[in-house]
Design a protein around this ligand. Sequence first.
Ligand SMILES: *[C@@H]1O[C@H](CO)[C@@H](O)[C@H](O)[C@H]1NC(C)=O
Length: 259
Amino acid sequence: MEWFMIFASVAVLWLASICKILHASFYPYRSSVFNKDGSLQKRNVLLVIAHPDDESMFFSPTINQLTSRGHNVHILCMSTGNADGMGNVRKEELYRASATLKVPIQQVTVMDHPDFQDGFGKVWNTSLLAKIVEKKVNENEIDTIVTFDNYGVSGHCNHRDVNHGVRRYMVDFSHREIEAWELVSTNIIRKYIGPTDIWFSSWSARNSLNGQMHCLLNENPHRSYAAMSQHQSQWVWFRKLFVSFSSYTYVNTLRKINK
Ligand SMILES: *[C@@H]1O[C@H](CO)[C@@H](O)[C@H](O)[C@H]1NC(C)=O
């Protein structure tokens, strides 16, 4: 009986969370983090990631919210994800996933640079990364950058180096009028409670100082799943589970990177 009660409570909580997400998708907040006070200015956003599939596994709530509001999203992927020698395949998969997420593939750049190779223990050159970001920003008149935070969701060193590179860029090129946001890493429990994490995320964003943190609900979780399934070479049972139970499929909390 007790087990039944626990199971029923979890089911109710899960359902309530899904309802809140669906509600958000029918009534998108008019002013979101990227359109303060309901302003209609369209942004040019650069998402900087480490490997193909980061965009679908971790950032899809942000991407969906941006594209649904007509912002222009560019993706800069710092490696082909060649740790298992599948780099070329994974690059193509990233293009397909981007198309699913409504990001035009000509706005997707996949680097294959000797200094940025996929793998644990490979230290990435952050000042070079900052320079590459600078080039992309110039080419595409970027006004907003989104990337990993210092822990990088999973603690992967490549994710963390991407954060260091973007931070370095913000310092070295601080004269520019650019906003940068990082994806807040949550603890291991919150990471795997699926949609129910939205209650924690919105609570922590509401209590952040001076609007430095924002919580973005995924208005189209189904599209995220479809995008992830484009990464055929990675689409094994444990990643299917991950995508279903990971809170990053349902919500992103972004924190502003101060200069
Ligand atoms: C990192 O990149 C910078 C800028 O391109 C270069 O000057 C520096 O020598 C590089 N550092 C290493 C350790 O390769």
